[in-house]
Design a protein around this ligand. Structure first.
Ligand code: PRP
Ligand code: URA
Length: 209
């Protein structure tokens, strides 16, 4: 079974409280989502593989470390995942960005895929799927399916708020995936919204509805 980790760094928790507040406006919401994503990326990237490299410092030759392998890929699930991309790129500026377009049907709550665009060579890349919300888990499972179908083998799922229901669904469907969240919330309501959650992440990020 993949790991489920809540990243409880004080700065992450403080900023999450700001965006949970219903009075937090679009501008502050957007900024905090990016800042939380950046802080999370620091933790999530801890296990990225390194290799030795010989360099010459002003003092002479040295064997030191650098990131090994192909560039990582950040994969936002549209729309709301877009809000996390810039923060992660602050930390990993050379990362590639693949996009998965998906929306939840508001009646059935089933996810629908409408767009996928990935860089090449997914087999050899570390993939970070990002989406602020892991609710029923339907979108996350479908996003991982889409990446695996295109050859991805090393995938992490990074969200801000997770519901226990979604964690279970994702872990059962994809036991090889590690999941990172800033919070594990209480439950889903009758409309499959996370409680207490933060409402509709996409709408709050983009000022819609
Ligand atoms: C939200 C959220 C996730 C999904 C989570 O997106 O950003 O992608 O719902 O729900 P699930 O775990 O039950 O699948 P939404 O469909 O509202 O689209 P949006 O990002 O365009 O607002
Ligand atoms: N999508 C959201 O944006 N919020 C939720 O609480 C659940 C799904």
């Amino acid at each position: 079974m993949g790991k489920f980790t809540v990243l409880d760094h004080p700065l992450i928790q403080h900023k999450l409280t700001i965006i949970r507040d219903k009075n937090c406006g679009t501008r502050e919401f957007r900024q905090c989502v990016n800042e939380i994503a950046e802080l999370m990326a620091y933790e999530v990237s801890r296990e990225m593989p390194l290799e030795d490299v010989e360099i010459e410092t002003p003092m002479g030759k040295a064997v030191t470390k650098r990131l090994a392998g192909k560039k990582v890929v950040v994969v936002p699930i549209l729309r709301a995942g877009l809000g996390m991309v810039d923060g992660i790129l602050e930390l990993i500026p050379a990362a590639k960005v693949g996009h998965i377009g998906m929306y939840r049907d508001e009646t059935t709550m089933q996810p629908h895929e409408y767009f996928v665009k990935m860089p090449d060579g997914l087999e050899e890349r570390e993939m970070f799927i990002v989406d602020p919300m892991l609710a029923t888990g339907g979108s996350a499972v479908m996003a991982v399916d889409a990446l695996k179908k295109r050859g991805a083998r090393s995938i992490k799922f990074v969200c801000l708020v997770a519901a226990p229901e979604g964690v279970k669904v994702l872990q059962e469907a994809h036991p090889d995936i590690d999941i990172y969240a800033a919070a594990l919330d209480d439950h889903l309501d009758e409309n499959s919204y996370i409680v207490p959650g933060l409402g509709d992440a996409g709408d709050r990020l983009f000022g819609t509805k």
